[in-house]
Structure formats: structure tokens, C-alpha cells
Design a protein around this ligand. Sequence first.
Ligand code: HEM
Ligand SMILES: *[C@@H]1O[C@H](CO)[C@@H](O)[C@H](O)[C@H]1NC(C)=O
Ligand SMILES: *[C@@H]1O[C@H](CO)[C@@H](O)[C@H](O)[C@H]1NC(C)=O
Length: 596
Amino acid sequence: MESGTALAPLQEFVYIARLEARSSQPSHQSYSLPEPSDLSISYCVESMEIVLVLCVAAIAVALALLPKLFKRSPFRHIRGPPSPSWLYGHMIMTSREKDVGDLHFQYMQEYGSAWRMKECFNKDTLWLVDPKAIQYVLQTSGYHYSRTVVGRHIARQITGDGILYVEGDDHARVRKIMNPAFSAAQLRSFLPLFRRSARRLTIKWKDSLRTASAPADHVLNVNSWFTRTTLDVIGEAAYDFRCGALEEEDNEVVDAYKNMFRDSVMYPSGATLVFRSLWPYIPERLIRLTGYLPTREARRFRRTLSVVNKISNRLIKEKTQTCLDRKDENLRDIMSILVKANHSENPKTRMKDKEMISQMATFFLAGHETTASMLTWMTWELAKDQDYQEKMRQEIAAVRAKVSERGDDDFTVADLDSMTFVIAGLKEALRLHPIVYMMVRSAERDDAIPLSRPIRDEKGNVISEIPVSKGTSINLSLCGYNRLPEVWGADAQVWNPYRWMDTNREKHINVGVYGNLLTFSGGVKACIGWRFTVIELQAIVVELLENFEVAIPDDKPDIQRVPGGLMIPMIRGKPELGSQMPLKVTAVVRPEKAEV
Ligand code: HEM
Ligand SMILES: *[C@@H]1O[C@H](CO)[C@@H](O)[C@H](O)[C@H]1NC(C)=O
Ligand SMILES: *[C@@H]1O[C@H](CO)[C@@H](O)[C@H](O)[C@H]1NC(C)=O
């Protein structure tokens, strides 16, 4: 009987939970990187009691749900890697990949563009990199594939009931209210602001070089500088808020976000994974309570959110009157739009107080960490490819000369868009280093997902459509799609910005919003800030390359793409240092200016 076979895994679970409780240390966490199979290593700081209470609750719910969990999935004959554990499936393995994407790339090669994996309790989950399938899930049938309960509730702990949490009509309403803040015209008006922040970063780096003992070998953790820059940008662009992240060494907002993902969702314990896998079967109201539990992630998120919400509340108090006074000017910055929505009479365009605060937290988070990581990975690639870096610099200098000739002080968006090498470099960095490297969707109904390339199942049948049942979770590998040889060519695994200049490139199925990449996702819930990001990246990269050269430091640190909710850059084996990207930074000597 099924209950008999279920007993062994349950014992395994209790045993592991006990091991974890014993090895957890309240005051400091151990970060040594585990082998994927090493289940006993824990990153939990919860006390033993909490783990045990959770275990008991989890076991009770699991027993009640056994029949549901044993439902056979319609795609059980799709090929996929064997599961290492009945209880954990591949969950531990995938959340502890050595470098983000390694497993994705391996399975793509082995199984093609779709394969089957296991979640906790042996539940089937479908992994997809196929362009047509992804287009179907995100666009064609976008509102029938929702964000998962787990994903939404983790987002809720970080931001509140914001756009990353709400679904269906609520999502459509918020998206419609926010859209005007991200129109092309509105975003163009931000360019001077992006340029000012970029210049402040230049001044900081120049100061740092001036006081360095050996300016020729000056190494900076560029990641932390980019985080500060992008925080200043989103604060000012969205809320007219001077965050002071670049100016102040000890900044409240910087501190609130610092290493948040490492300290919360990176390397979840087995108990956490099992606990989360039960959320879809628990009433919404009860799941909300998880945010109040003293677990590692909930505690860390509460700390960040309390700082951010305090600031948002203060900003709303300060700015509401001004926004209302200037209502007739039809301002379209995020703050004005939020205030207007709160005061709207029409329920279709209205936003409640609490929702406003949640959107603000969403933009604070979504608007800075991602862009900063992108700058980080891009400068890393340029540090490795000095030739290309120099090509970009020359192109920028040529456009700069044109701008001066015209009598202008600075680049326009059209000038930035004319820089072919810069844009190709940017797109290539976005392709190889998607910060959100994977997304999960949950099927809202029984359905069949079409494939662009048929696959063979375990029985040798050719399959061009994969049947899924309601509630199935579907893992979209954004990093896998971004490296599909069918779409990007045989050299899809390596840095080659020239691929973007090939005018004969084949047209492929349309999936993503920028360069047909999946980095900003696609369809009805694609990144609302993608155009904002692209202009911001252009503004900052251009400023940096005009002023600095970046290179790999002499000790050649081994950079790891750590899976931690987002993809986090770290020095291999040194997670205690947090996000790291040490690069050698030297000043560019421009001949005309050097004489002055
Ligand atoms: C390199 C930078 C960025 C990357 C790689 C990125 C990536 C993404 C991805 C993959 C999603 C979809 C997430 C999901 O469906 O679960 C998303 C959603 C979102 N992003 Fe971005 N993003 C970036 C920058 C920004 C910026 C600068 C902003 C705001 C100014 C922003 C605001 C949002 C919002 C509000 C959503 C939710 C959209 C919705 O649910 O309709 N992002 N982003
Ligand atoms: C599916 O993706 C989510 C989000 O990245 C991840 O937590 C989960 O482990 C994946 N599922 C499997 C079976 O690996
Ligand atoms: C939002 O709207 C509600 C209801 O009209 C009002 O009570 C509240 O003060 C508004 N909040 C802000 C920050 O303006």
C-alpha cells in the first residue's frame, strides 16, 4: 500500500530535520558550499523547536494530502533525470547548483527542449527551454499560467501585496495603472538623471584612485558600487527621493538590502523545501502567517521590508500634497501615478493605501538589484575581452565628437541607440547572465503546451505537444533558452557580441521583449522596467568606459554564479564575503584632456 512506501521517506525527513536542527547555529551561519547530495548541511538558523513544529505540521498535512500528491501526471513518460530522493526530488540539487545554469545546460543537451523533473513528494514538474512552449506559457496563454503560490508568497514577504504577488484582474489593474510611468517618452526624460548618477559614480571612483597607494593595481568590488548607483537612480526616478547611497558610507537603504538574498533564500534547507511544497494545499490566510514565523527567510525579509516601508510611508506623507497640487500637469513619474491612483474614484484605476506601499517596495527592489547585477556581469565580460572593451570605447569617443560638434553637452537617447558596439555588448551580457535565471508558472487548467521541436518520450514516441494538468508547475529556464543553439547558434555558450551585428540572423519565434532574450521575461507579466533598465545601462556603461578601463585583477579570483533566488556573483568558496566582483579599475587618459 501507498502508506507503507510513504513511511520510509517520512522517517528520512524527520532524521534530516533533526540533523539540521542540531547543526544550526543561532549566531553565525556556516556557508561552506555543499555537495548537492549532502543533505545534512544546513543553512537554517531556526531553533530546533521551530523545525520540529514545522515537521509535525508538515507531516500532518502531507498525510492528509497523500491522495492528491499521488495523482499521476499526464506527462510522466517525458524523459528526465532520475530522482535522487522521493522526499526532495531534484529540489535540493537544483537549488544548490554550483554555477547557475550548469544543470539546465546539461539536461538541455541530454533531453532536448523539454524534460521532466521531480519536486518534493515525487511530484512531476515540467522544465522548458523550447521557444514555442515558452511563448505559449508567457504570452499566448499567459493569464492561464500564474505565478506559483510559493513564488508569490516569497515575493509577498519581500514587497507586500504588490504587482509581483497579485494575480488575474488585480494584476491587470495594477499593470494598467503603472504602464504610463514606463512609456518611451517618460523614460527618455530620465536620461539626464541617469547621467548625473553615473557621473557621481565616476567622481567616487576617481577619488578612490587618487587616494590609492598603487593606482595601477587598484581593485574595486564593482558590484557594491553599482548597487549604490542603481539605488540612487530608482529612488530619484521613481519617488524624487535622494537616497544618498553613493554619498553615505553607512546608508540605511543600502544596509537593508545588503546580501538579503544570500541570508534568506540561498541554499534552502530540506525542511524549508518540504514546508514550502505544502503551501499550494494550505488556505491562503494560513500561508500569509508564514511571514510572521521566526524562520531564516521571514526574519530577514521583515528586517528589509520594515526599513523600506518606513521610508515609503514618509515619502507618501511628504509628496502627496505636491503631487495633488500639480495634478493638472499630468505628471507620469511613479510617485505621481501612485498618488493619483489612490485618489481615483474609479475602482478600475484605484489603488489602496497598502497597495501603494507594496508597489513602492517592489520598485525599490526590482529597480536596483537586477540592474546592478547586470552592470556587474557586463563589466566582468568586458574585463575579460579587452579588445571589445576598446572597440566600445572608440565608438563612444566617435559619437562624443559628433555631439560636441553639434554643440551639445551630452548624449541623447538617439545618440546612445546609435552605438552599435555598446548595444551588442549589452545584449550579449544580458543573454549570458540573466539575473532572474528561472521562473515557475502553475497551470490554471488542463492544457497542452505546443513545442517548436518535437521530442521523444521514454517509449520512443515523438511528442509535439505536452499535456499538463491543472496545478502542475512549469519551470521556465530563462538561462537555458538564452543559450539554445537553435536560436543563438553553435557558439551559444560563449561570449560573442558580434552575433548581434550579423544582419543575416534568422528570425525566430518571438518570446522576449528585448533582443528576443528571455532576460526580462515575456508576455503579460514581462518586466515592466525593461526599457528603463536599458537606457540606464547605456547611460552608466558609456560614462564608465569614457573614464575607466576595467581588467581582471592579477590574482584572478574565481567568480561563481551562485543560485540564490537571483543569480549572485561571489568569489568561489567565500560566500561569507557576500556579493563580490573585484575588478582592476584604472583611469583612461584622454589625450585632449591630459594636456589641460
Ligand atoms: C537588468 C534588469 C532587470 C531584469 C533582468 C529584470 C527581470 C525581470 C523579470 C524576469 C521579470 C518577470 C518576473 C516574473 O514574472 O516572475 C520582471 C518583472 C518585473 N520587473 Fe524587472 N528586471 C529588471 C529591471 C527592472 C527595473 C529597473 C524595474 C523598475 C523600474 C523593474 C520592475 C519590474 C516589475 C514591476 C515587474 C513585475 C511585472 C509584472 O508582474 O507585471 N525591473 N523583471
Ligand atoms: C523549479 O524552479 C524553482 C525556482 O527556481 C526551483 O526552486 C525549483 O527547485 C525548480 N524545480 C525543480 C524540480 O528543480
Ligand atoms: C488614499 O485614499 C484613501 C481613501 O480615499 C485616503 O483615506 C488616504 O488618505 C489616501 N492615502 C494617501 C497617502 O493619500
